[in-house]
Every structure is written in C-alpha cells, then in structure tokens.
Design a protein around this ligand. Structure first.
Ligand code: ZN
Length: 214
C-alpha cells in the first residue's frame, strides 16, 4: 500500500508515496508525477493564452496526471471575469486531455458550482485544501466533486468536528505548501476518522484508481 499526495508544492521522492507535484509557473518537469495548470494568482492578461499552450503541451506528458491547480480567487490580481475565462479554458483542456481538475477556490463556490452545472464536465473536479463548512462540503459532494484535505486537519476545529461524516469514497489528502509530510496528514486524518491508517490508504488508493482511470 502507498500514500497518495494529491497536491504538493514540494518534490518528495520516496518509494511509498505517489505525489502529484504542482509544476506551474514554468519550471523543470519533475522526474515523477505532476499536475500543471494556471493558478488564479498567475493569470496574466497578456500571457494567459501562451500559458495555456504550454499547459496543453505538458498535459501530453505521460507523468502528468491532472490539470491544476486552477480556479477562482477574488484576492488574486487578475479580475474575476478574466480568471473565469482562463478557468473555463482549462476545464475544456481537462476534458480534451481527459485529466481530472485540481481546483483552488476562495470565496467563489457558488460561481464554481454554477460553472460545473453549465459545463457538465466528465472529468472529476477535486477541490483541494478544503477548509470550509460541512454544508458546503456536502453541497460539493452532491455535485460530484471530490474534496482534498491537508494541514487544516491539525488546526481547524469545525473541520475536525464534521470530518467523521465525510464519505471516504470522495476524498483525497495532500500536503500542498505545508511543512507536514503526507504520512503526518494520513495519520491525522485516520485519527479524526477513528479508522486505521491502512484502511485510509486502501480507500484513497481506490479513489485514485477510479478518478485517474489507472
Ligand atoms: Zn497549492
């Protein structure tokens, strides 16, 4: 059994972990699995079309498993209308290349869900770094999204309280840019779920195979 880190900004190579390293803005391609996408913070009015071309090239790489992170964030410099345009273009790329989407969404969940209804994607949308309410978690799950949890498992009391009610067949775990290891995150998640780490590993491995058609 192995740990799966669905979203990381740190390259960690070890035999017991499958890590999706986030590799945009342009950088050397890692020697393991990665995702590539334009984060809302890096949406640039004069560069996004060129950036999309670069992403569509990288999506063809056999080690590229997902498109992302991409999404909507009102705190980013780019206006929301442009962010949305770039996000929709990435949804289309995700469909063309048949790669699931890793989503960064801040204060824009109603719009995200409206876009999901409108675009009707076949690929799974994984909302990464989920820290919001139980109600929003359930709404996202009802719309077919998966949720990925990370460092907030350690210091977010509301999340800790409702986590036992989140179904295991719709989740992933991640380290994102935190200093926790994925082993830490699995251990914490298992503790909050009152399950063994090996059961969590088995469930997430099943999710991984299902969503990524492996
Ligand atoms: Zn991230």
């Amino acid at each position: 059994m192995a740990f799966i880190n669905i979203h990381s900004h740190n390259l960690v190579n070890n035999s017991e972990t499958t890590t999706l390293f986030n590799c945009f803005p342009p950088s050397e391609l890692p020697n393991n699995h990665f995702s590539v996408g334009i984060h809302p913070w890096y949406v640039h009015p004069q560069q996004w079309e060129q950036q999309l071309l670069s992403i569509s090239q990288r999506l063809k790489h056999p080690q590229c498993l997902a498109l992302g992170e991409c999404g909507l964030d009102p705190f980013a410099d780019a206006p929301l209308a442009l962010q949305e345009r770039v996000f929709i273009a990435q949804v289309q790329l995700s469909e063309t290349h048949q790669k699931p989407l890793i989503i960064h969404c801040v204060k824009a969940f109603p719009r995200l869900l409206a876009l999901k209804k409108q675009l009707r994607p076949q690929q799974t949308w994984i909302v990464h770094g989920f820290t919001k309410s139980e109600q929003l978690a359930m709404t996202l799950l009802q719309h077919g999204c998966y949720l990925s949890f990370g460092a907030a498992l350690y210091h977010h009391p509301k999340l800790q309280e409702f986590l036992p009610r989140i179904p295991l067949d719709k989740i992933f775990l991640e380290t994102d840019a935190s200093t926790y290891t994925i082993q830490n995150i699995y251990a914490r998640f298992a503790e909050l779920k009152n399950e063994s780490i090996s059961l969590i590993e088995a469930e997430i491995s099943k999710n991984f195979k299902r969503v990524f058609s492996l």
